[in-house]
Design a protein. Structure first.
Length: 322
């Protein structure tokens, strides 16, 4: 038997246990959960009364590098969902040679009706950052090397997707008439809402806004102009979350309660924020926040027209892994 002086102290045992837990958490977040892609299903009553349902696939924050074959294969399978419309809210790239991987992964989805806006990581490559900066909403932005966003835009538009950046687009999908508009990434102050300001076509059955970062100033503008739904990404759902508490930071000015999923903004506009599919190569971890794409089934509002009474908080959402 060891003498008292030879026995490990309680503090040492606690330190060893903490170190082991930290190591296990690091392995889980960087190896397992980061690659545990999930498909989230959401139903949102936002269409004009009498409209047919519309199935919309929301993809965001892919942050692709050329050798992420597991992610590429998972994204390729999304076409089997046969969505009516695909929405891509940016940050597709994380490497200057990733455009072919993004285009090949999206595959058949590019042959379906689609709309997109870009985020900062379509324009500029990632670079190492002090993680504590994310606790300060107005920290100084730094950019990495320029990325070939023009090539990505050309590939998207040549296949038929519509660029909604500072543009008003009208299209009919699955019998639903859509008026859509978007802005460039507010996170790096490229948004110019005045270029799309004004009420959208009143004959549209869905008035849809797109932005990469869900900054309140942009959301307020869409709401004031009468949009039904705005779709965004950027937040990564918090990326590193605390079980039972949720996101610690949002990396923008939106509040934590809206960091991912469906919520209401203002009196009558819905907001959907995607937790996204990727991470920066310099922060390749997720915890209690799986990478995801979302299939939204948009339905008509009630015939009573009481939009404000529609519950868009959805405390529990079905998640299906593939």
């Amino acid at each position: 038997m060891l003498s008292g002086s030879q026995s490990p102290s309680r503090a040492a045992r606690l330190a060893a246990g903490a170190a082991g837990a930290a190591a296990a958490g690091l392995v889980y977040s960087t190896v397992i959960e980061r690659n545990a892609f999930a498909l989230r299903h959401v139903t949102a009553p936002v269409l004009e009364a009498g409209s047919s349902p519309l199935r919309v696939l929301h993809i965001s924050d892919i942050h692709m590098t050329p050798h992420q074959h597991l992610k590429q294969a998972w994204i390729s399978e999304l076409d089997s969902l046969e969505p009516d419309l695909v929405i891509n809210t940016g940050d597709n790239l994380a490497h200057p040679s990733a455009v072919p991987a993004v285009v090949q992964s999206l595959g058949g989805l590019l042959s379906r009706p689609g709309l997109f806006v870009f985020g900062s990581n379509d324009y500029f490559g990632p670079k190492p950052k002090n993680p504590f900066k994310y606790f300060k909403k107005d920290h100084k932005r730094t950019h990495g090397e320029p990325l070939p966003w023009q090539d990505l835009r050309a590939a998207f538009t040549e296949r038929g997707w519509l660029d909604a950046t500072h543009a008003v687009r009208e299209l009919e999908v699955a019998g639903v008439r859509i008026a859509a508009a978007g802005v460039d990434d507010p996170h790096i102050e490229r948004d110019r809402y005045e270029t799309v300001a004004g009420r959208p076509n009143p004959l549209a059955q869905l008035r849809l806004g797109l932005t990469h970062s869900p900054e309140p100033r942009v959301l307020d503008s869409f709401a004031e102009d009468g949009y039904d739904l705005v779709m965004a990404g950027h937040t990564h759902g918090g990326q590193l979350c605390v079980p039972g508490y949720g996101a610690i930071v949002t990396n923008c000015h939106i509040d934590r309660s809206r960091v991912k999923g469906l919520s209401r903004w203002g009196a009558s506009m819905a907001l959907h924020v995607s937790a996204g599919l990727g991470t920066s190569p310099y922060a390749p971890a997720r915890f209690s926040c799986r990478p995801e794409a979302t299939l939204l089934t948009l339905t008509a509002v009630s015939n009573g027209g009481d939009d404000a009474a529609v519950d868009l908080t959805l405390p529990s959402l079905e998640v299906v892994t593939t």
